[in-house]
Write a protein that binds this ligand. Structure first.
Ligand code: DGJ
Length: 703
């Protein structure tokens, strides 16, 4: 249904957006946040400007022309002239309001004199996720250079804190909080990939907002190259929140008729904490046509089991043991291609190494399939080792200034994917591999930052990222049933740009469950568990040398797309029995785990995590309690389980397939029936556990 041309109100899932499209300029954003209800138009009509002649609301594309003194949403120039644009609409704002919730808005504007056209698209999905992107086109001779183009939305003065993230290899997505006053808080990433530190959501909120309380506004930039997220408030008025791609000097130079389009920038609002952001985003992701719909198979990945020691007999034994335990997918990791005996050589030579695999991968693949498992294969297409046949044949294929090779990183360089012949070569090689071996799944890795990335003489991260996306799209178009995982030295490429062409992410190379508890908690802020790979590693973590018991490793890996990354041929009988029971639990519960709502308690004891998944109808739930460090409490804190139906009664017990926790040499096995209100309000008494221990409760509605 088309909306009123002057005042546009979109509403969905408790979120409202109101735009004032009167006048000749770009629409102004009167409101983004909680749904203002049926009275939205009256409320907005009653609003008064602070100063006479000052328009209400915030500009859709704030620049100096709007008296915006903060970072401009659009920065650019035409060969040094027109550093400031004045954009006037060329046609009425097109708005479609969906009766089921949400809708779309499209705006066209131009600065005739500067020779620049703008198109802005806004979508509010039925789940409450708003996404926006701009496109600028040069309409004149000469060159219009885009220095930056951001998507920004207003946030009110109530937002006084920013949740940002830092992180590194093996410790991705570490939260950090900053006061949000009259200044800019920005998170900029110039690594040519999303980054270990990239915020799943960059969020501004009311004081001390938590998982279940406080009003929160969150933004996520769906882009796998350089990018920025920022919150900014000037003394003149309300603040803005948003982000976009970070462009290199001269990276986007538009000739007449050429267009630059920003990535989609995603915005979520929650009246009650960070869980509301996840709720909206998980529901939005699950509603996509491309969202994986088949049960997420239990995966055995060979990396921490054998590393580069590829041997048919050993790998076949691994696959057989995996099948006996109930594993459903076998993934052959790094080490299978020409010259790849360690990480110093071979990248680029995507042919099976005949010295290790004289009959190709067929004997292994055939056995894997005979065992009833799916087959997956590791690749790292964007990279090249200088020690490879490809590098020797094409020394000019590097992403670099000619004769100025960037520093090696893990002994490797980056291929210039935006060169058509490089791109075509990679597509041909990947296509040939997929055609020959018919893998169900590729683990697509990317193990270095892009530094001094130059394509065709100019800054090259944008072109590289776009070319990588095109490569993934082309391969998927040829092989529609192929699933792809986004891996980048663990979790350095987790964003909604890559996720619109992949089926899961590898959250981290760290399989130590204590570290994983944190990494997964924050990865799951953005992604539902079915998109997040999570494996049971060996008893002593290979990344940090810490030992952890099997039940805690299993508990931790349950809350994702579960798998194993461990040489299970050497497991004891007891370990095999535990693994097989855990796989049974995962397979029984994955329907719930991969469709329910993720809830996290604001547990008062910082030594533990308490979180769960509640089915959308509230009839079934699981909750994990993970003791991370020794508690400072001598007694116990209450386990208050959020997100249940307050009026329903729930039978509470332990997940039967998983080990019973022991306290002072006694089993602890609660069996109670309580209402959702009692479980959320009074809660259960928690047992006093050792660090790196925990349990999983299962709840069934009984009335
Ligand atoms: C980095 C990944 O994160 C690991 O899981 C593994 O695939 C290695 N690369 C292989 O080189």
């Amino acid at each position: 249904m088309p909306a009123s041309a002057d005042l546009i109100v979109l509403r969905a899932a408790g979120v409202g957006l109101a735009l004032d499209a009167t006048g000749t300029g770009l629409p102004r954003v009167l409101h983004w946040g909680a749904d203002l209800g049926e009275d939205a138009l009256d409320l907005l009509a009653a609003a008064q400007p602070v100063y006479p002649n000052q328009p209400l609301g915030a500009p859709l594309l704030p620049t100096q022309a709007d008296r915006w003194a903060g970072q401009p949403a659009l920065a650019g120039h035409r060969d040094g002239t027109y550093p400031h644009l004045r954009l006037l609409r060329t046609e009425p704002v097109a708005a479609m309001v969906d009766p089921a919730g949400g809708g779309t808005v499209t705006v066209h504007a131009t600065d005739e004199a500067a020779g620049v056209r703008l198109r802005t698209e806004i979508e509010l999905g039925a789940q409450g996720v708003l996404r926006m992107r701009h496109a600028v086109t040069s309409t004149d001779a000469g060159t219009y250079t885009v220095d930056g183009l951001l998507c920004l939305l207003p946030v009110p003065a109530d937002a006084v804190e920013v949740l940002d993230f830092t992180g590194r290899w093996s410790r991705e997505r570490v939260p950090q909080r900053t006061a949000f006053g009259h200044q800019a808080v920005a998170h900029e990433s110039r690594r040519g990939r999303t980054g270990f530190d990239a915020p799943p959501f960059f969020a501004a909120g009311t004081a001390a907002f938590g998982f279940r309380h406080g009003q929160v506004w969150g933004v996520h930039v769906g882009w796998s190259g350089d990018h920025t997220q920022l919150a900014q408030r000037t003394v003149d008025g309300d603040g803005v929140l948003g982000g976009g791609e970070l462009l290199g000097a001269g990276e986007i130079r538009l000739g007449d008729g050429e267009t630059y389009t920003t990535p989609w920038v995603y915005f979520c609002h929650s009246p009650s904490g960070l869980d509301g952001l996840s709720d909206a985003m998980h529901a939005w992701l699950r509603a996509r046509d491309t969202h994986p719909r088949t049960p997420r198979p239990v995966t055995l990945n060979t990396w921490e089991a054998v590393y580069f020691d590829h041997d048919l007999t050993r790998l076949t034994a691994l696959a057989r043991t995996a099948a006996e335990l109930g594993v459903e997918r076998f993934v052959l990791d790094d080490g299978w291609f020409l010259g790849r005996r360690d990480d110093t050589a071979g990248l680029g030579d995507w042919h099976v190494d005949p010295t290790v695999w004289p009959d190709g991968l067929h004997p292994l693949v055939d056995e894997v399939r005979r065992l009833g498992l799916q087959f997956g294969l590791w690749v790292e297409p964007e990279m090249i080792n200088p020690d490879s046949d490809l590098a020797r044949a094409h020394p000019d294929w590097y992403l670099a200034t000619p004769d100025r090779l960037p520093a090696n990183w893990r002994h490797q360089q980056v291929l210039d994917l935006a060169r058509p012949e490089v791109w075509a070569h990679l597509l041909q090689r990947l296509d040939a591999l997929v055609t020959e071996y018919r893998p169900d799944y590729l683990k697509w890795d990317h193990n270095r930052d892009l530094v001094e990335a130059v394509h065709d003489g100019t800054a090259g991260v944008h072109a590289q990222t776009a070319a990588a996306y095109r490569l993934l799209d082309a391969l998927r178009a040829r092989h529609p049933h192929l699933e792809i995982e986004s891996c980048s030295s663990g979790g350095a490429r987790v964003d909604l740009g890559i996720l619109s062409r992949t089926d899961r992410v590898w959250a981290s190379d760290n399989n130590d469950p204590l570290e994983r508890q944190h990494i997964q908690r924050w990865t799951a802020l953005l992604l539902p568990p079915e998109l997040m790979g999570s494996h049971v590693g060996p008893p002593v973590s290979h990344t940090n040398g810490r030992a952890a018991n099997l039940s805690f490793r299993c508990l931790t890996a349950l809350f994702g797309h579960a798998g194993i990354e461990w040489d299970i041929t050497g497991c004891t009988e007891d370990e095999r029995a535990q693994l097989s029971a855990w796989i049974g639990a995962y397979r029984r519960l994955r329907g719930l785990l991969h469709s329910g709502r993720t809830v996290r308690a604001d547990h008062p004891d910082p030594s533990a995590h308490l979180y769960g998944i509640v089915s959308t109808g509230g009839e079934h739930a699981v909750f994990a309690y993970a003791q991370l460090t020794a508690s400072a409490y001598e007694g116990t804190t209450r386990l208050r389980l959020p997100g249940l139906d307050p009026l329903a009664r729930y039978r509470v017990g332990l997940v039967p397939e998983l080990p019973v926790p022991r306290i002072w040499a006694q089993d602890w096995s609660p069996q109670v029936t309580l209402t959702g209100a009692a479980l959320a309000g009074h809660g259960l008494a928690a047992p006093l556990l050792r660090p790196a221990d925990g349990f999983v409760l299962e709840l069934h509605r009984v009335g």
